[in-house]
Design a protein around this ligand. Structure first.
Ligand code: PLP
Length: 454
């Protein structure tokens, strides 16, 4: 028999620990219970229909309930429900997926290793980077540089790589070898009034160079960054930033690592964010949109420079997971990538949807609560401020974000908040009519937020 909302909440409160949660607060309020999804919409256990402006956790590129992905999973599960890729074995779906990904990555990044989550792929990347430098006879090259406010996952290594102190101190992280640089490349917040966006971008890149020189280039293994910083605050790179970062990495022989976990698979308009911003990394990590979130899957792609060393090594690459290249998971991802291609979500349709989305996003600029809107592809960020001209925030920090997020839910739209920045990241299949509906609901939520904060 179907359980009531209260029954589910009661059981959840008794047994279930949730990610990134203050548990006594959750248990006082009781979790929201989501029961069904179709297209860009979700339904909760009380029957409320909610437009998912966040594609789950930035991942449901094809929207919910895509029958073709259900069929791909069912067929694969019936044929071969599990087998591994250890001990000189493969499966057709894992093989096909590695080929499909290699066709989409920038030139040369055509060697693929699978995992089950973005964090796992970042752990794999770190180990491959360290292994590579050991194979090169440069074992001292181990430091990894990333940016303040970056989010790269929550395993021990992912949290160490992230530049978010609230995820680190309580666990005695980061581990040694991880270094974070600022300013974070976000002109709106960190740019000086006397510098152009381009000058600011060069200043941010210079901070990376300074850190490399401080640590000694002979000790620095890699620089890791997301093309667009997502969970840390939806921060778009300043003009010219990535080209300068690439130049600096090449100058000091530091591997360039693009974390494409959010930006990959059409989110910024191209297959990968590094293609949108015009740089070529040595190593890429990806997850989320790779399977539209229908199955837990991630991958690492490395270029020839790294793979030649690894493939020709005498030592065993003693790394991998029980579910690396899981046949059912890979079958779903293969069909997902085929559908993204067939539906032209990277291409004509994706471009037209993005243009419409970004236009509607910019129309919010006149709202009294909004200090800035910004976006690329189907990613949107909205800064909530008390005063549009001085950019003064509400106090304490995050008040407006939480208030707005709550009004969004009540109004039937999901937007996520970090501090006073609201994010939008709808499924790539969203139609123009649904985009109209999305922004109608966002505006209602903003009006209600303003009313409450006045
Ligand atoms: N890297 C980036 C850029 C992410 O945004 C995330 C998750 O949001 C991760 C890594 C970690 O992915 P997962 O939650 O699948 O471990």
């Amino acid at each position: 028999m179907t359980k009531t909302t209260q029954e589910i909440q009661s059981i959840d409160n008794t047994h279930h620990l949730h990610p990134f949660t203050v548990h006594h607060e959750l248990r006082e309020a009781g979790p929201r219970v989501i029961t069904r999804g179709e297209g860009v919409y979700l339904w909760d256990s009380d029957g409320n229909k909610i437009l998912d402006g966040m594609a789950g956790l930035w991942c449901v590129q094809l929207g919910y309930g895509e029958q073709e992905l259900v069929d791909a999973a069912t067929d694969a599960m019936k044929t071969l429900s599990y087998y591994n890729t250890f001990f000189q074995t493969t499966t057709p779906h894992a093989t096909r997926l590695s080929q499909l990904i290699a066709e989409k990555t920038p030139d040369g990044l055509d060697q693929i290793m699978f995992g089950c989550s973005g964090s796992e792929s970042n752990d794999t990347a770190i180990k491959l980077i360290w292994y590579y430098w050991n194979l090169q006879g440069k074992p001292e090259k181990k430091a990894i540089i990333s940016r303040e406010r970056a989010y790269h996952g929550s395993t021990v290594a992912g949290a160490s790589l992230s530049g978010l102190p609230f995820m680190q101190g309580i666990f005695d992280l980061p581990l040694p070898r991880f270094h974070h640089v600022g300013p974070t490349p976000h002109y709106y917040e960190y740019g000086n009034s006397d510098e152009s966006e381009r000058e600011f971008g060069l200043r941010c890149a210079k901070a990376i160079e300074d850190k490399i020189l401080e640590l000694g280039p002979e000790n620095v293994a890699a620089f890791a960054g997301e093309p667009v910083m997502g969970a840390g605050g939806l921060m778009l790179p300043p003009e010219g930033y990535w080209q300068e970062v690439e130049r600096i990495c090449r100058k000091y022989d530091v591997l360039l690592w693009s974390d494409e976990v959010i930006c990959g698979f059409g989110r910024t308009g191209e297959w990968f964010g590094c293609q949108t911003y015009g740089y070529t990394p040595d190593i890429m990590t990806m997850a989320k949109g790779i399977s539209s979130g229908y199955q837990p899957l991630s991958a690492v792609a490395i270029n020839k420079r790294m793979s030649d060393a690894i493939v020709n090594a005498d030592s065993e690459m003693a790394h991998g997971y029980t579910y690396s290249g899981h046949p059912v998971v890979c079958a779903v991802a293969v069909r997902n990538l085929e559908l993204i291609t067939e539906k032209k979500l990277v291409g004509e349709r994706g471009q037209a949807t993005s243009e419409y989305f970004l236009k509607q996003l910019s129309l919010l600029d006149d709202h009294p609560l909004i200090g800035q809107t910004r976006g690329v592809g189907l990613l949107g960020g909205i800064e909530l401020v008390k005063d549009k001209t001085t950019r003064e925030r509400f106090s304490p920090d995050g008040t407006a974000g939480v208030t707005c997020r709550n009004h969004c839910f009540k109004s039937g739209i999901i937007m996520r908040a970090v501090g006073d920045t609201m994010f939008l990241c709808p499924p790539l299949v969203i139609t123009n009519d649904e985009i109209d509906e999305l922004f109608r609901l966002v505006r209602i939520s903003l009006d209600l937020t303003l009313e409450e904060l006045k």
